[in-house]
Design a protein around this ligand. Sequence first.
Ligand code: OSB
Ligand code: MG
Length: 406
Amino acid sequence: MNSATADGPATQDAPAPVTPAGGPLPEAISRRLQGLPAVRVEGAALRTVELPLVSPFTTSFGTQTVRHALLLELWGDGLRAWGECVAETVPAYSSETLLTARETLRRHLLPPVVGAPARTVADHLAGSAWVRGHQMARTTLEMALLDLAGQAGGRSLGQILGATRDRVGCGVSIGIQPSLDATLALIEGYLAQGYQRIKLKCRPGYDVALARAVRERFPSCPVMLDANSAYSLRDLETLRQLDAYDLMMIEQPLATDDFVDHAALQAAIRTPVCLDESVHSLAAAHTALALRAGRIVNLKPGRVGGFLVAAAIHDLCQAHGWPTWVGGMLETGLGRAANVALAGLPNNTLPGDTSASDRYFHADLIPEPFRLAPDGTLPVPTGPGLGVAPDPRRLQETTLEYEVLR
Ligand code: OSB
Ligand code: MG
C-alpha cells in the first residue's frame, strides 16, 4: 500500500512491528539486556551541535575542521538520556549522513518508541527492527535507550556491556599533515602526553616514506596506519614494503566490501590487517573471520548498528582469537563516555581511538572533559547509564537546530 504524505513523495507503509522482540536476539545481546527495567519514553528531541576541532583532520577521503553531531535526547519517568549519532555531513566514511540519520530517526526509529507504554530496551528496539541499514541512526536510539534504562536500573553502560576493567589504554589518530616534519612533531607531543599508540592516516603516495620517517625517529613506538579504503590489490607492492617498519597493523587498506581481497592481502603481508569499514554488522564479522580477511577488528558501535552488536562482535572475535579495540568518530564527550565503556571489555587488548577531549575540542559538551592520565588511560565512567550528561550552557552555545518530537 502506498500513501502520499505531506513531507515527502509516496511512501510505503511501515511493516507490522516484529514481535515481541524482533525475533530471537543473539544470546550475546539478550544476556546483556537481562535485568534492565522497562522504561517509558515520554518525549524526544533531536538537535544538531557544532564543535570546532582543535585542528583540521585529514584522511584519505577529505578534511574536517568542525564536528557536526546529531544528539538525541529522550525523557521519561523523571529521567533524561542521551544518544550521539556519529554520522558525518558527507557520505564518505559510510553512506549515512547527518540528514539521513535525522530523517530515519524521526520517521522510522522514534515513532514506535515515543509515547509507548513502559517497555524493555529489546522491545523498544523491536518496533523498528525491520529498518534495513542506517546503523548510525539505530545506534543513536540504542545508546539513548541504554542510558535511560541504565539510569532507571542503577547500572552503568560498562556494567551492561560487560566491562572488566576500570581504565582503558588510549591511542591517538593523527590526520594527514602538510609535511613529515609536522607529523613527527605531533607524534612527539602526543607521546609526551602518554598516548600508548600512534595511528597515522595514510593514502597512496603518503605511506612508505611516512612509515620510514616515523620508525627512524621513534624506533620502538607502537605505530599503525589507517588507509580508509584508499588502496586496491594493484598496490600490493607498496603495501608489502610497509612490512619493513614493524607496524602494529594497517587499518582498512581496501574497499568496504572487499573481504576476498583483504584475505589475499593478509596472506601476502606480515603486517596484521585491521578491519574498520568492512565490519558493518555481526554477519560481516563472521565473513571476515571465516575468510581470514584480517587479524584484528576495530569496534565502532555506529558502524555496526549499536553497542550491543559491537559487544557481540567483540565476543565473536574473542572466540576466534582476534584482538579488538574501540575506534572513534570524533565523538563529543557523550559518545566518548559510551565508547570508553565498550573499551573496558576484556578482548579490547589494544589501545583504542578513545582519546581525551582536548585531542578534539577546546571545550567538550560535558562539564568534566575526559583527561588522559600520564599512563595513557581514561577512566571507564561508573555512574548509571552513560555516567555523563551535557552541560546545558555548552549545549546552548553549540546548538544549530533543535526539534522536539511527540
Ligand atoms: O577511520 O577510524 C577512522 C574519524 C572519523 C571517521 C573515521 C575514522 C576516524 C578516526 C578518528 O580515525 C578516531 C577518533 O575519534 O579519534
Ligand atoms: Mg578507520
